[in-house]
Design a protein around this ligand. Structure first.
Ligand SMILES: [Zn+2]
Length: 212
């Protein structure tokens, strides 16, 4: 085995932590990359990038999000990523967690303001359920609606679905953190058969719609 690769292959050239960003042939962790980018753009580096946000879901359970910042120089993207442990049983049926982000001009917005904006957005997303489930009673047969983990799932009247490829490159929709194939998504919304579905596409960093 090549010891150089082993030692430096996926490591930050500055501090040795696992790398996230490649610039040319050099790899950096997010902290070092941000610090260098901030320095070159002459913007202040936030004193602490390691934040987490707790939000309440519609049932009152708290959901943790880890916050990370990606510096683009004068601008930065702050992203909150839901923390789902590897042994979380929901992972078996496709729960991958949710994420939201805000785009921030570092010269116009302080880190506190950026975090506040992110927190509001996280709470709006987590506090809104895009679908609901009902336990399947033994012996019941359902011809429509998505089924998962002993539950039959229905889309709510308003919701958010992220269009995303799965690990195998197949197109899918992520709703409330759960992944659905196009077929399963059709099942999920089939409770509204005969109705019209309006849609509006938004970037994860755009302002959420009013109903969210
Ligand atoms: Zn580093």
């Amino acid at each position: 085995m090549d010891s150089t690769t082993t030692r430096y292959g996926n490591r930050c050239v500055v501090c040795g932590k696992p790398s996230r960003v490649n610039v040319g042939s050099s790899a950096y962790c997010l902290d070092c990359y941000n610090r260098i980018t901030d320095y070159l753009a002459e913007v202040e580096t936030p004193t602490n990038d390691n934040y987490s946000i707790l939000a309440l879901d519609p049932e009152g359970h708290s959901v943790e999000f880890a916050v990370e910042r990606f510096s683009l120089g004068t601008n930065a993207i702050w992203t909150a990523v839901e923390q789902v442990p590897d042994d979380d049983p929901r992972r078996e049926w496709g729960y991958e967690g949710r994420s939201v982000s805000v785009g921030v001009n570092a010269r116009l917005m302080s880190q506190e303001e950026a975090l506040d904006a992110l927190m509001v957005k996280v709470q709006r997303l987590v506090g809104h359920a895009s679908m609901h489930g009902t336990r399947i009673t033994f012996g019941e047969v359902w011809s429509t609606s998505a089924r998962r983990e002993g539950q039959v799932l229905y889309a709510n009247e308003t919701g958010v679905a992220r269009v995303e490829s799965d690990v195998n490159g197949r197109k899918s929709f992520v709703v409330d953190g759960q992944r659905f194939s196009p077929e399963q998504f059709a099942d999920l919304v089939s409770c509204f058969e005969g109705f019209d579905l309006y849609w509006q596409v938004r970037d994860a960093s755009d302002e959420p719609p009013e109903w969210l």
